[in-house]
Design a protein around this ligand. Structure first.
Ligand code: FAD
Length: 409
């Protein structure tokens, strides 16, 4: 397909990377079409809330989209760590301040997914819901033919897999690519709508709290409206089966979690117990992924979690997805040959992404560990966290201060 006409790009997945890539491609002069497997993004059901770091917000500002996060969420510039005994270990800043005063924000996952997709649709991006990609192949004219589970097909100049950690696009590009593997824990989450509880428990608003519990890793924050948002990582050697996920009620998950949290001092058990069924996020298995060696072929590329899964607790998964999106759009804008543009994209992104993935793994490696290994890590964690706090935000400048230039060619 020719380079002189507006290139048509099929974007597989309407999660985070999908709509942001679509908006960035539109700015870069391409014609994006988002194809989402479900009637709405499925991944919005997984987990309670997301933190978008300043580096991600900066990347979004290049396409005038960081307001989507700031209007949906609220500032959470500091992370505080505590032990199972309720002892405060240290505070760590979650990045610096952008020129317009914006700092790291947190938003409910469902709200953020919807807001990004609504904003992309508002900007005129075409959406096709109920389109699950099953296969894709090059066409004789240098484009790509995508096949969907409903039997339909679509052609385009290029295809971008923003289809998450269990990406089908990744497999199509490289059938030997690694698969996501179960991390040995499942997640739970929820929102406490009783606004009196945070005051009763004396919780500080605007702080992202992490508790290294004896059995469960627990995180929470208080929204400006006084809701408590929380998540928990529960170690479990076997993944939840689809039947277990479908038949275990929120009440049962809550009962089990409160029991596990009862070994700890601090607010976690009260928060979990105070979460009503309607705002309880039931168990979901957690995955990670080894390094993906091949990110693209001549007409297809992967971005976001499809290419690299950053530990959930690092708070960088969304930021990496949006940095990918903007960088890919710049490469496709400036480099006429699609395959060359994909190679330039990988060249610009791989080292940074792998460093962030490693940082995430280093700082969250204990959450699924059981027994003695867990005890050892727990003894060392306060030491490493205090050292990081002493080094100050400077030690993480490389992660938070990354800035992409939209104009530099
Ligand atoms: C519990 C939890 C907590 C997290 N917390 C944070 C956090 O605080 N901060 C942070 O930055 N990151 C966090 N992350 C990571 C973050 O959620 C991901 O990095 C981010 O969602 C990646 O976005 P994505 O668009 O690449 O993939 P996804 O959000 O997974 O979206 C993929 C989309 O593709 C669709 N899809 C899949 N297959 C197909 C197909 N074959 N055809 C069509 N569509 C398809 C899916 O339905 C989905 O809508 C967390 C992750 C988890 C699991």
């Amino acid at each position: 397909m020719g380079d002189t006409t507006m290139k048509k790009a099929l974007i597989i997945g309407g999660g985070i990377a999908g709509p942001v890539t679509a908006m960035a491609l539109q700015r870069a002069g391409l014609e994006p079409i988002v194809c989402e497997a479900y009637q709405e993004a499925a991944a919005e059901q997984i987990g309670a809330y997301l933190t978008v770091a300043v580096n991600g917000l900066s990347a979004l500002s290049l396409i005038d989209a960081h307001h989507v996060v700031t209007e949906t969420g609220h500032p959470t510039g500091t992370m505080a760590f505590a032990t199972s005994a309720g002892k405060h270990i240290t505070d760590l800043p979650l990045g610096g301040v952008l020129p317009d005063g914006t700092i790291t924000h947190s938003a409910k996952r469902r709200d953020l997914y919807r807001a990004f997709n609504l904003e992309a649709a508002r900007r005129g991006v075409r959406y096709e819901y109920g389109k699950r990609l099953v296969d894709a192949a090059p066409t004789p004219d240098g484009g790509v033919l995508a096949s969907f589970a409903d039997g339909s097909t679509m052609t385009a100049d290029l295809l971008i897999g923003a289809d998450g950690i269990r990406s089908r696009t990744r497999e199509i590009i490289d059938p030997t690519a690694p698969k996501a593997h179960y991390l040995g824990m499942y997640g739970l989450g929820g929102f406490v709508t009783d606004r009196a509880l945070h005051a009763e428990l004396g919780l500080r608003p605007g702080i992202y709290n992490m508790i290294f519990g004896k059995k469960v890793f627990f995180g929470y924050l208080v929204s400006p409206e006084g809701e408590i948002w929380w998540f928990a990582n529960v170690p479990r050697p076997q993944a939840l089966t689809p039947e277990e996920s479908a038949t275990t009620t929120p009440a049962r998950f809550r009962e089990q979690l409160v029991e596990l949290l009862s070994a700890d001092k601090g607010p976690a058990a009260r928060i979990a117990a105070g979460t009503p069924d309607e705002t309880f996020v039931p168990g979901f298995n957690q995955f990670d992924m080894p390094t993906v060696r091949t990110w693209h072929n001549d007409t297809m590329v992967i971005v976001g979690d499809a290419a690299h899964a950053v530990a959930a607790s690092s708070g960088q998964g969304v930021s990496m997805a949006v940095e990918d999106a903007v960088t890919l759009a710049i490469c496709l804008r400036d480099i006429p040959d699609t395959a060359d543009a994909f190679a330039a994209f990988e060249n610009r992104r791989r080292d940074r992404v792998e460093r962030v993935v490693k940082h995430g793994a280093d700082t969250s490696g204990d959450k699924a560990t059981n027994g003695a290994g867990r005890w050892v890590v727990r003894q060392l964690t306060p030491f490493f966290l205090k050292r990081a706090a002493k080094a100050g935000i400077g030690s993480l400048n490389w992660m938070f201060d990354h800035r992409i230039s939209w104009d530099a060619r």
